[in-house]
Design a protein around this ligand. Structure first.
Ligand code: IPE
Ligand code: IPE
Ligand code: MG
Length: 240
């Protein structure tokens, strides 16, 4: 079994799973002579509005936002601590609002390596929204694509799964994204043309959309542009 082609024409025009590498917060702030943390705050505000817009305008079923990578620990501790703090504040503030919108929050990444208070906030918000059937919002935080694959392998080995049972479907069910559809549209803001260890397994047949716009400036008009570009793509999944 490989990546699946969509069933209907309608399905092929709107992405079910949108994933975004929210890059460019630091440069957005530096351009304005502001401290980098102001860029992260503006980026979080942008995330808040993007979640709502993709939910109500495009009825996206799964949205994955890259908030912090396993490589981002290498930044100066002041910046790392600032990012951890603002994310915790926003999760605490937003959990109830997501719940009211029927959004289900999931966390992708190694939660156990995060500060206990942040772990607790994520756990609370995940629990509160776990039965919601609207959009699934995956927050990739302390996420790495390779780490995710290694974590899956470790669990498969620990559970002594017989090798002949390990196919693509089974493997995917051991990833953090278990139960989520593959990524249809992968957006990266901020001008870099790379994926920086994001959704390695899930993006093999994604459509990529790169833009120079810094994440805090990625407004509804920019989202519309990305979605229009997606609609114009022809996805073949190896077929004709
Ligand atoms: C993305 O913005 C947010 C994180 C990686 C946490 P950056 O902080 O990487 O912003 P730039 O790339 O330095 O502008
Ligand atoms: C990718 O951005 C990670 C997130 C957006 C959370 P980076 O700024 O860390 O990526 P690189 O270092 O430019 O590849
Ligand atoms: Mg960056």
């Amino acid at each position: 079994m490989g990546a699946r082609a969509p069933d209907t024409e309608e399905e092929s025009h709107l992405p079910r799973h949108v994933a975004i590498i929210m890059d460019g917060n630091g440069r957005w702030a530096e351009k304005r002579r502001l401290p980098r943390i102001e860029g992260h705050l503006a980026g979080l505000e942008r995330a808040r509005t993007t979640i709502r817009y993709l939910n109500h305008r495009y009825h996206v079923k799964y949205l994955t936002l890259f908030g912090f990578s396993t490589e981002n620990w290498s930044r100066p501790s002041q910046e790392v601590n600032g990012i951890l703090r603002v994310f915790q504040e926003i999760i605490d503030q937003e959990a109830l609002a997501f719940h009211k919108l029927g959004i289900r929050l999931r966390h992708l990444g190694r939660r156990e390596e995060l500060p206990p208070a942040l772990q607790e906030s994520i756990k609370k918000a995940t629990r509160l929204t776990s039965d919601n059937t609207g959009m699934t919002f995956n927050l990739a935080f302390n996420y790495g694509g390779r780490t995710e694959i290694l974590d899956a392998v470790r669990r498969i080995v620990t559970e002594k799964i017989p090798p002949q049972k390990i196919d693509e479907e089974l493997f995917a069910s051991y990833l953090y994204t278990a139960g989520t559809h593959d990524v249809d549209l992968l957006i990266r803001t901020g001008g870099e043309l790379r994926t920086s260890n994001f959704l390695t397994w899930q993006s093999v047949y994604s459509e990529y959309y790169f833009t120079d716009v810094f994440w805090p400036d990625f407004d509804e008009k920019e989202i519309d542009k990305a979605l229009l570009a997606y609609r114009r793509r022809q996805r073949r999944f190896g077929g004709l």
